[in-house]
Design a protein around this ligand. Structure first.
Ligand code: ZN
Length: 273
């Protein structure tokens, strides 16, 4: 059984604000360590339940957060950017299940630490066809394109709930309870390590018994709609051939979810430029 552990940082143990996940800030090194510990807990759980191969994708900022020297030696780490599948680098038909670690709620959520969708400076919201998604939805849909289910998520209570609501019943590890965008009741790493390890263990054990959630399949063709934070961003995104505009929303239709993933990234880059 091959497992891809796709990681972000805002939903990691103890993270409650941007400073802690921003390279260069004095707090950041602490949270790289905590991120690595969360990931190691998931790796342990996965191997305990029969995983034979585990790939880790570092998906936050420029993808250079996880401390390789402290990572479980049984895995391989996909690091840095730009890679073909970004936060999901390593996904293909050979993967049996995906685990999300350190995930966060979509932009505009209540009771959600650092809620955003890909870029808090650029993106207000993202839809795949008519479905409002966050990063969990975008990344889950790419997994679904390859026929792979998401089997577990860790993060705050809202990130976990949104992921379950969209992608189906799965194991969750709630490492903190958010009161707002920048406040939460946090569990210490000794406790979250156990929660994550046990959730990963149950998720991979269920997968081995053929009891995983269904892969999240988006209807094709896929219409990607990005609502930008301001109209100049939409102006720039409209330079991409095939785009349509409604106020600050820019849409484009593409044949499948693999293309949708790429074109979304292009729209964000254009919008941010
Ligand atoms: Zn992030």
């Amino acid at each position: 059984m091959k497992i891809l552990i796709a990681c972000d940082m805002e939903g990691v143990t103890g993270v409650v604000n941007w400073d802690q996940v921003t390279p260069g800030h004095y707090e950041y090194p602490r949270f790289r360590k905590l991120m690595t510990q969360d990931v190691n807990a998931a790796i342990t759980g996965a191997f305990d339940s029969g995983a034979t191969e585990v790939i880790v994708a570092d998906g936050h900022w420029h993808g250079t957060n996880i401390l390789l020297e402290e990572l479980d030696p049984r895995v391989r780490l996909n690091a840095s950017t730009s890679s073909p599948h970004s936060m999901m680098q390593g996904i293909d038909e050979s993967v049996d299940g995906v685990i999300f670690i350190g995930y966060h709620a979509r932009q505009g959520s209540e009771h959600a630490i650092c809620d955003h969708t890909w870029s808090s400076a650029t993106v207000s919201n993202l839809w795949l066809n008519d479905t409002l998604v966050g990063e969990f939805g975008l990344n889950g849909a790419l997994a679904g394109y390859f026929g792979v289910p998401v089997i577990m998520v860790s993060g705050d209570q809202t990130a976990c709930q949104q992921t379950v609501d969209l992608l189906g019943a799965m194991e969750t590890a709630v490492v903190k309870t958010a009161y707002g965008r920048y406040s939460a009741e946090c569990l210490p790493p000794e406790m979250t390590g156990k929660l994550i390890r046990e959730a990963a263990r149950r998720a991979v054990a269920s997968l081995a018994r053929g009891k995983a959630p269904e892969p999240y399949i988006v209807d094709t063709p896929v219409i990607v709609t990005v609502d930008f934070k301001s109209s100049d961003m939409a102006d720039r995104a409209l330079r991409l051939s095939g785009t349509l505009r409604d106020s600050t929303r820019v849409s484009i239709e593409v044949p499948d979810m693999n293309d949708a993933y790429s074109v979304f990234r292009v729209l964000v880059v254009l919008g941010s430029a």
